[in-house]
Design a protein around this ligand. Structure first.
Ligand code: C2O
Ligand code: CU
Length: 478
């Protein structure tokens, strides 16, 4: 097996090499139990990421599963989980996209003391919003998330929706060597100043299996989660015509995919409704085109079973899901704040301020930093003083400007925001999300009510950009 270099056609190569297609028996392998665990144990283990094309990969995982246990609740429930740290370094858990009290947000020092090796932390909070979310550590995020610490968290709507199956695909990528082992993490300024740590192996729900069985006549809800450190996905479903019903957990008016592609920047989610048309035995390739036509590859193949189902496909277009109780910003009285992102390779940034001192780009690189927000680079620990101070209850419009030649999925903790415009063009319908994927040189206005008191991280979810300085703190004060 050769996994030496980034090779988008890896699957095809592996397949011809072995002469067989690995069948994925069950889409929710390891996720059969709907009983939530009461404990997440973060520890080293191994996982068959490449199936029998190579040895198991040494990973870090929750409860020895990659991805971690599927957590599933109903809207309004209270999550109660103990987290045991059996790693060699401190950790935390951040509940990505969930609007939780600041003490439960899992950002080391900002919201809690990191959980030391051998220690346990108890997380408990109410699940206000329904939708598709995920969880991951927020300590040494690039390494911990990159080694496999992440899992799915679903909050079901109070009323179930009309589908035949509800399926999750957690998308991830890994940088593996020829023995299928994770290439060590360490200061890598090339990754940090370009597009992050891209992997050479892409997995769905923790392995490279290609086949996904479907049945003509069924209506699926497919929840896509991008858990990769840096990779953007742009999935095409060929003959199938999915509707998008939610972004980052929050409902939108159901709409067909824009440009036929499901685009997910790092950390983003998308809920699709897919009616399986076609005849028994037909195959639909799901192609990832995020890196252009020359690097497109087959992520999955939907293989139709021998029997058609008298399912819900062909029923009228799905209805909009009930909105989550997110405060709606008042745009007329909103205060405006600019956030300008600079830096990275081929950028114009000459330097920035860190710990109160201006440093040239060369000096910053020596400190492992490559990015700034409004000319500031945070120190890694306390992020003091917070870069933005907001008044509790006030509406804000953040004018984001990406002055770099790289994509950045910008994520805000503790709040969900509306995207109002992109490059000065108003969106026909505002979209509520927790992460906005900024294209190179793109501007976007986002709006939200600062209704959650505390100090919240505001950062790029390309985890190597985050650790190289693309992060700031927004404090919401009474
Ligand atoms: Cu997915 Cu700051 O987090
Ligand atoms: Cu970034």
């Amino acid at each position: 097996m050769k996994l030496l270099e980034y090779n988008p056609h890896r699957r095809a190569l592996l397949k011809t090499a072995a002469g067989a297609v690995a069948a994925l028996a069950c889409p929710l392998k390891g996720w059969s139990s709907q009983q939530n665990p009461d404990r997440l144990i973060a520890a080293p283990t191994s996982a068959p990421l490449v199936l029998d094309f190579g040895p198991p990969t040494e990973v870090w995982a929750f409860n020895q599963q990659v991805p971690g246990p599927l957590l599933r609740y109903r809207q309004g429930d209270t999550l109660r989980l103990k987290v045991d740290n059996r790693l060699s370094m401190p950790t935390t858990i951040h509940w990505h996209g969930l609007r939780v009290p600041v003490g439960m947000d899992g950002v080391p020092w900002l919201s809690q003391e990191p959980i030391a090796p051998g220690q346990t932390f108890h997380y408990e909070f109410e699940l206000k919003d329904a939708g598709t979310f995920w969880y991951h550590p927020h300590f040494a995020s690039s390494e911990q998330v990159g080694k496999g610490l992440s899992g799915v968290l679903i909050v079901d709507e109070r009323e179930p929706i009309e589908v035949d199956r509800d399926i999750v695909w957690m998308l991830d990528d890994w940088r593996l060597n020829e023995h299928a082992q994770i290439v060590p993490f360490g200061a890598n300024m090339r990754d940090a100043s370009h597009n992050g740590r891209l992997g050479n192996v892409v997995t769905v729900n923790g392995d490279i299996g290609e086949t996904f069985m479907v049945h003509p006549g069924e209506r699926l809800r497919l929840r896509l989660i991008n858990a990769a450190n840096a990779r953007t996905f742009a999935l095409q479903f060929q003959d199938l015509e999915p509707w998008v019903i939610a972004l980052d957990g929050h409902p939108i008016n159901p709409v067909r995919l824009e440009n036929d592609q499901a685009v997910l920047g790092a950390s983003q989610r998308m809920d699709l409704i897919i009616d399986i048309t076609g005849a028994p035995g037909d195959i639909t390739q799901v192609i990832d085109r995020a890196f252009g036509p020359n690097q497109a590859y087959e992520l999955k193949r939907l293989v139709r079973g021998a029997r058609a189902l008298a399912g819900k496909a062909g029923q009228p277009e799905p209805a909009r899901l009930p909105d989550n109780p997110v405060s709606v910003p008042t745009l007329t009285g909103a205060k405006r704040i600019e956030a300008i992102f600079e830096g990275g390779a081929m950028g114009a940034m000459r330097g920035a301020t860190i710990n109160g001192e201006f440093k040239t780009i060369r000096e910053l690189v020596n400190l492992g930093k490559a990015w700034s927000t409004n000319g500031m680079v945070p120190n890694d620990v306390h992020f003091d003083p917070p870069q933005f101070t907001l008044e509790l209850g006030q509406s804000y419009i953040f004018e984001l400007e990406n002055r770099t030649v790289w994509e950045h999925p910008i994520h805000l903790h503790g709040h969900s925001f509306q995207i109002l415009s992109r490059n000065g063009k108003k969106l026909t319908e505002p979209v509520t999300r927790d992460t906005v994927l900024l294209q190179p040189e793109e501007r976007s206005e986002i709006a939200f009510v600062a209704d959650n008191p505390g100090k919240w991280l505001f950062h790029c979810h390309i985890l190597e950009h985050q650790s190289a300085g693309m992060a700031s703190v927004i404090e919401v004060v009474q």
